[in-house]
Design a protein around this ligand. Structure first.
Ligand code: GLN
Length: 245
C-alpha cells in the first residue's frame, strides 16, 4: 500500500468512528406541560421557555440531546414511571410525596403560590373563603394547598374545580365560570401581563423546583445535578433568569 492509500484508509476509519459517535449522542425525551409561561409554553409552534432552555443547556454541557413531549401536568410522573419519557422539567416542586416515586434534582428555582382574579372584579383575598369556586391544575401544589387548607377545613364552601391545563383554567376565570385561581407566583405574574387577570394575594409556600428522573436513574440524575451546578457557576443560569423574568 502506498502512502495515499494508507491515508485514505485512516480517514475512512476516522469518519466511521466519528459518525458512530454522532449517532450515539443520546436523545432524552423530556416531558413538560407547556401551559406555564415563562417556564414552558408554545411560541410559533415551538416549545420554549426557561425550563426548555435550561434542559437544553444541561444537555449541551453533558452531551445529550432533548426531544420535548407536551403532557398534562398530572400525567408527567406516570409517563416517567412507564418509560414514555426520561426526564420531567415542568416547574415541578420538590415534595416528599413526589420524592417517594421519582428522583428530583437539586433545586433550580424558588416560588410561592398566588391568587388571581379577573381584572375587573372587586374581589380580594377573601375570595378564598365562603361560597366561591376556585380553579387549580390537577395534581399541582396549588391544588394540594387549596384542597388541604380551604376545602377539607370547610373554609371554602364552593367547589375546587380541577383542570388538565392552565389554558382552560385562565379562560374559565375570564369567562366568569370560576372566581379565582391558585397557581405559582412567577406564572401568575406572567398571566397578569398576558391576560385580563390580576394578583390579589400571595401564599408563602416556599417551594423549590427540581428536574425529575425515574427512581434509581442515578447516572442521569448526576449529569443533571452537575449541569445545574455548572450553569450556576458559569453565569448561564443568571442569563436565563434575566431573559425570562
Ligand atoms: N410548581 C407546581 C407543582 O409542582 C406547579 C407546576 C405546574 O403546574 N407546571 O405542582
Amino acid at each position: 500500500m502506498n502512502f495515499k492509500k494508507n491515508l485514505l484508509l485512516i480517514i475512512s476509519v476516522l469518519l466511521v468512528v466519528l459518525s458512530a459517535n454522532v449517532v450515539m449522542a443520546k436523545t432524552y425525551i423530556v416531558g413538560t406541560s407547556a401551559d406555564f409561561p415563562p417556564f414552558e409554553y408554545v411560541e410559533e409552534g415551538e416549545y420554549v421557555g426557561f425550563d426548555i432552555e435550561l434542559i437544553k443547556e444541561i444537555g449541551k454541557l453533558k452531551g445529550f440531546e432533548v426531544e420535548v413531549k407536551d403532557l398534562s401536568f398530572d400525567s408527567l410522573i406516570p409517563a416517567l414511571k412507564t418509560g414514555n419519557i426520561d426526564i420531567i422539567i415542568a416547574a415541578m416542586t420538590i415534595t416528599e410525596e413526589r420524592q417517594q416515586v421519582v428522583d428530583l434534582s437539586i433545586p433550580y428555582y424558588s416560588a410561592n403560590q398566588s391568587v388571581i382574579v379577573r381584572e375587573d372584579s372587586d374581589k380580594n383575598m377573601t375570595v378564598l373563603f365562603g361560597n366561591h369556586n376556585i380553579g387549580v391544575q390537577t395534581g399541582t401544589t396549588g391544588d394540594l394547598w387549596v384542597t388541604e387548607n380551604l376545602k377539607d377545613t370547610g373554609i371554602l364552601k364552593g367547589q375546587v374545580k380541577r383542570y388538565d391545563t392552565f389554558v382552560y383554567v385562565i379562560n374559565d376565570l375570564i369567562n366568569g365560570n370560576i372566581d379565582a385561581v391558585v397557581l405559582d407566583t412567577p406564572v401568575a405574574k406572567r398571566y397578569s401581563q398576558l391576560r385580563p387577570v390580576t394578583i390579589v394575594a400571595e401564599i408563602f409556600t416556599g417551594e423549590e423546583y427540581g428536574i425529575a428522573v425515574d427512581k434509581g436513574n442515578t447516572e442521569l440524575l448526576k449529569l443533571i445535578n452537575e449541569g445545574i451546578e455548572e450553569l450556576i457557576e458559569n453565569g448561564t443560569m443568571d442569563k436565563l433568569i434575566d431573559k425570562y423574568f
